[in-house]
Design a protein around this ligand. Structure first.
Ligand code: S3P
Length: 173
């Protein structure tokens, strides 16, 4: 039985839906940002300011390489940029059942308006940053995913229920 990875843009609900889905699956929940923070001994913001985005990507990839070796299946919420690395995308395709939580640009802009603690959006024009990042990443999320769930009009419980049903169908469980 494969572990489940949730991917998608910042603000797509991975960290909220993840624990709900983990409970339905009877599996532990892990958060990739938290694992990378533990490995680096710093917060995401501290890594970005000290080592830059490329530094964060290294910790994120190390965290994925570490967590994938867990013995029992689990549910993992990934950081929004995990798909930028081709090796990470391979791991997500091969070692996980990966679900992309898809959100429209308009909904993301609304949700991320009061963003705090996300260095990539701590810029003069966060809306433009969201649009550019989404444009660059959407195809990568789609390439890494086995399942795509549209989440715009759904609350986290509904998304977790849909994910649970889709996983059951896919795995014949
Ligand atoms: C990032 C997303 C963040 C975190 C870091 C970079 C990204 O995680 O990993 O700020 O590049 O999209 P969340 O998607 O959990 O906010």
């Amino acid at each position: 039985m494969k572990s489940i990875a949730l991917i998608g843009f910042m603000g797509s609900g991975k960290s909220t839906v993840g624990p709900l889905l983990a409970r339905r699956q009877g599996r532990p929940f892990f958060d990739l940002d938290s694992i990378a923070e533990r490995l680096s001994g710093k917060t995401v913001s501290e890594v970005f300011s000290g080592e830059g985005e490329s530094g964060w990507r290294l910790w994120e990839s190390r965290a994925l390489a570490e967590v994938v070796e867990e013995e029992l299946p689990f549910v993992l919420a990934c950081g929004g940029g995990v798909v930028l690395d081709a090796k990470n995308r391979d791991i997500l395709r091969q070692r996980f059942l990966t679900i992309y939580l898809d959100v429209s640009e308009a909904v993301l802009i609304e949700r991320l308006r009061r963003n705090k603690g996300r260095p990539l959006l701590a810029v003069a024009e966060p809306e433009a940053a969201i649009a550019a990042l989404l444009k660059a990443r959407r195809a990568l999320y789609e390439a890494a995913a086995h399942l795509i769930i549209e989440t715009d009009l759904k609350n986290p419980t509904e998304v977790a229920d849909e994910a649970q049903t889709a996983v059951a169908k896919l795995t014949g469980a």
